[in-house]
Write a protein that binds this ligand. Structure first.
Ligand code: PTJ
Length: 252
């Protein structure tokens, strides 16, 4: 292990801190090596949007909060990156929405699944589901392996940090999918019911706060928020933000 001093006064302190969390995740058997490169992709988009939560993300967060509060059976899908970066926040989100946590891995490994479950339990989770023999049809990757008690019977599934074909198929099965992805062009971002284009680190505390704000709102009003929400314009606003920022930075 390479040792270095991470000073809080370093201008990229937070970025270095979260990279270290992921490297630790790899060492502890939670995060895949490929997870490090996936994080780099996210970081690049974060740089481009200006490393802040924009109004298009806030709009999506409000819709996601209402959708989760209306859900009869929400499930939170966990991979090796989210497990390393935001375990406590995901547990909190599961508590405030009464959702089940379910491990779903692209680079699937029973050993890593067990390590993630053990880590979540250490962080305070009571139950974490893992795939059984249930499968999502027409999904080509390992992400097709799900659990009967979780994703199979869920109505709303929270799937952060994933560029894949699972979302499209889950939606074909009549489920709603909420994602968090800094890349508005990922397949999951494009196909989800609600796409929060923001860093998972910034987004989860905001989502939890929004749920706490809306938790006493009546069903009719929550339905109104969900019905009014349109995901395509929100994705387009994220793309326009990238365009605007690059145009401004290039001095045009
Ligand atoms: O643990 P596993 O085996 O399931 O693997 C997890 C990764 C993330 C490696 C795997 O799911 C994967 O390859 O991911 P993708 O398909 O590259 O998609 C990850 C998406 O998350 C990309 O579109 C990134 O832009 C985005 N992303 C990465 N870090 C963040 C992020 N979005 C929000 N916040 C981040 N911190």
């Amino acid at each position: 292990m390479i040792k270095y001093i991470l000073s809080k006064s370093h201008p990229r302190y937070l970025s270095l801190y979260y990279r270290d969390l992921l490297a630790k995740g790899v060492r502890n058997g939670i995060t895949s090596l490929q997870g490090l490169t996936a994080h780099g992709r996210g970081e690049a988009f974060d740089y481009l949007i200006g490393e802040k939560t924009h109004s298009f993300a806030q709009k999506a967060i409000e819709a996601a909060a209402a959708m989760l509060l209306l859900s009869r059976k929400p499930v939170i899908s966990v991979n090796g990156n989210t497990a390393a970066l935001v375990p406590k926040e995901l547990i909190k989100l599961a508590q405030v929405t009464k959702a089940k946590l379910e491990v779903n891995l692209f680079h699937s490994s029973k050993k890593r699944e067990r390590a993630i479950v053990a880590y979540f339990k250490k962080c305070g989770a009571r139950e974490v589901l893992t795939p059984d023999k249930t499968i999502i049809p027409n999904v080509t990757s390992n992400r097709k392996h799900i659990s009967q008690a979780g994703q199979k019977t869920a109505d709303v599934i929270f799937i952060p940090l994933e560029d894949g074909d699972r979302t499209e198929q889950l939606i074909k099965l009549g489920k709603k999918v909420i994602t968090v992805d800094l890349n508005p062009l990922s397949r999951t971002a494009q196909k989800a019911s609600v796409t929060i284009v923001d860093n998972i680190i910034r987004c989860l505390p905001l989502l939890i706060a929004e749920i706490n704000k809306l938790k006493h709102t009546n069903e009719k009003e929550l339905l109104g928020i969900v019905k009014k929400y349109r995901n395509r314009p929100v994705i387009n606003q994220a793309l326009q933000q990238l365009n605007r920022r690059l145009t401004a930075l290039s001095g045009k």
